[in-house]
Design a protein around this ligand. Structure first.
Ligand SMILES: CC(C)(COP(=O)(O)OP(=O)(O)OC[C@H]1O[C@@H](n2cnc3c(N)ncnc32)[C@H](O)[C@@H]1OP(=O)(O)O)[C@@H](O)C(=O)NCCC(=O)NCCS
Length: 218
């Protein structure tokens, strides 16, 4: 049976031109529908996310079903290092992540990443479809590494038990309770631990080792 789900980037999703406001309205509604406990403070506003997205549009992928209907997506941004520390310590809600705190990603640089959201329709969790979405996250990190854009450290607010389970599975550790809701998880991308779950992503590991392990030879 053909796979009825596909992973798209923003251009593929809106080939006739990206309507950022329309897209973000859909995504915000999707967050409220799929993430329990979401509030205006934790979600943020359309205006805020439009400005953030315009500055940092690369690290997002959509899982779509028929007629390109979004059934899951993830979005991550590079934060300014000082602000990252505040986010990591649970002092900042998503509603306070504004465009002036975001960095545009450029070649030959490494960044502190905030995984703003990953979410999928409830019926699709723990299925092949969710694996596709998760795979697209690691593929994107790998493709960025191929362009010499690396992540030093990443953190994520796990709003739900599923979110917590998912981030632990990525080798992230509890970092702080988030003021206003959630638990912050974080990890350095390198070095990898002995049984690091990221080892499953072989190309990613190879590229990170080549970048950060001085003695590494391919
Ligand atoms: C977060 C969410 C998208 C995860 O999806 P899920 O279907 O629950 O994901 P799972 O934890 O079952 O993992 C599914 C698969 O991902 C893949 N995966 C997980 N970590 C991986 C890694 N480090 N490398 C490669 N693949 C990995 C695996 O294939 C795993 O399947 P496995 O059980 O065979 O190992 C989903 O639970 C969700 O939408 N939750 C609600 C929203 C939410 O709380 N989001 C987090 C805060 S924004």
């Amino acid at each position: 049976m053909p796979n009825k789900f596909r992973i798209l980037d923003s251009k593929q999703l809106m080939p006739d031109g990206l309507d950022v406001e329309k897209l973000l309205r859909i995504l915000i509604a999707f967050d409220y529908k799929t993430i329990p406990g979401m509030t205006a403070k934790t979600e943020g506003t359309l205006d805020q996310w439009t400005k953030v997205f315009n500055k940092s549009p690369e690290a997002i992928r959509y899982l779509v079903g028929s007629n390109n209907r979004i059934v899951g997506y993830w979005y991550s941004v590079a934060l300014k290092p000082k602000f990252y520390k505040q986010v990591l310590n649970g002092k900042v809600l998503d509603g306070k992540i504004t465009h002036d705190k975001i960095m545009k990603m450029k070649r030959h640089h490494s960044y502190y990443w905030y995984n703003s959201v990953i979410t999928i329709e409830h019926r699709l969790r723990h299925t092949k479809a969710s694996r596709m979405l998760i795979r697209s996250f690691f593929d994107t990190i790998t493709n960025l590494a191929k362009k010499d854009i690396f992540i030093k450290e990443m953190c994520s607010n796990a709003f739900t038990e599923d979110g917590e389970h998912f981030y632990k599975n990525m080798g992230m550790r509890y970092a702080a309770k988030v003021r206003g809701g959630g638990k912050m998880y974080a990890r350095s991308m390198y070095p990898f631990t002995k049984n690091d779950p990221l080892m499953r992503n072989r190309e990613l590991v190879r590229l990170y080792k080549r970048k950060f392990e001085k003695s590494h030879i391919d």
